[in-house]
Design a protein around this ligand. Structure first.
Ligand SMILES: [Mg+2]
Length: 274
């Protein structure tokens, strides 16, 4: 099942790591962790395409953990929102492909990266789409470190209050943030009770497994009368052995040697699934 999406898993990551290596900046760890969530959303569950983009009549996506924009660029260029060659300008002077999402880029609706804002904006979008009776859905992807922002819980409160079953939040639960494990910095255990307390349906999924994510998003669509949060258990740096689960790779640039090794590893994994 989902063979086409699985075939993309490592190619998308090669685009990410190349972008960061050339620009000498970026957030590899979080990109690799969130990449499969974006792959499944854009290539299976959301009705957002380059063709329907201008109409505004489509599902809506917010990457609230905006520092992982390289993963979003990789997925959007793969889907044809803009040429992949555009990404050669990533983080260069005068390029619009900067280090956080901005709405000058086709495929991106909300500027983000000041953490904690995405869910509340998503609540507003979901309310609007419900008023419009459009059937369009709203997806907000957050980091687990981001849940330390109080504004996330204002959005959670409102989403539950308005019973927004057209809203799905995803927590990229890689258990690391910039300065350590989430449990050291601000514990994120008892997630289920927190979200359920605000009236949300809670689903767990293995967040680097395409089939598991597919199933979770399907269940979220089927849930009526309340919003759904998917706690996606991911591995920060997933796909490259020496980057996985290393807090230091939150915002580190690979050396030439590391870049070569990472690309070899990803290419081998890509070949194995094709
Ligand atoms: Mg994290």
């Amino acid at each position: 099942m989902n063979e086409a999406l699985k075939a993309k898993q490592y190619a998308l990551r090669k685009t990410i790591i190349t972008m960061i290596y050339k620009a000498k900046t970026g957030h590899i760890g979080g990109d690799m962790s969130v990449c499969d969530i974006l792959n499944v959303l854009y290539n299976k569950h959301m009705n957002i395409t380059p063709e329907n983009w201008e109409s505004g009549d489509h599902d809506h996506f917010i990457l609230s953990k905006g520092h992982s924009v390289e993963a979003l660029y990789s997925v959007l260029s793969d889907k044809g929102f803009f040429p992949k060659e555009d990404l050669e300008t990533f983080s260069q002077y005068k390029s619009k492909y900067i280090g956080h999402p901005n709405n000058k880029i086709k495929g991106i609706e909300m500027n983000s990266g000041s953490l904690g804002h995405g869910l509340s904006v998503g609540v507003g979008m979901a309310l609007a789409e419900r008023m419009n009776k459009s059937g369009n859905r709203v997806y907000v992807v957050m980091g687990d470190g981001e849940l330390g922002e109080g504004s996330v819980w204002e959005g959670a409160m409102a989403g539950g209050h308005y019973k927004l079953d057209n809203l799905t939040a995803v927590v990229d639960r890689n258990r690391l943030q910039i300065s350590g494990t989430t449990e050291e910095v601000m514990t994120q255990d008892s997630q289920d009770e927190r979200w359920a307390g605000f009236g949300w349906n809670v689903i767990h999924a293995v967040g680097n497994d395409i089939d598991a994510l597919d199933e979770a998003f399907t269940k979220a669509k089927e849930t009526k009368g309340k919003p759904t949060v998917i706690i996606a258990d991911t591995i920060k740096g997933f796909g490259v052995s020496f980057i996985e689960n290393q807090v230091g790779w939150h915002h580190r640039v690979p050396t030439e040697d590391e870049y070569t090794k990472a690309m070899e590893e990803l290419s081998a994994k890509e070949a194995a699934v094709q």
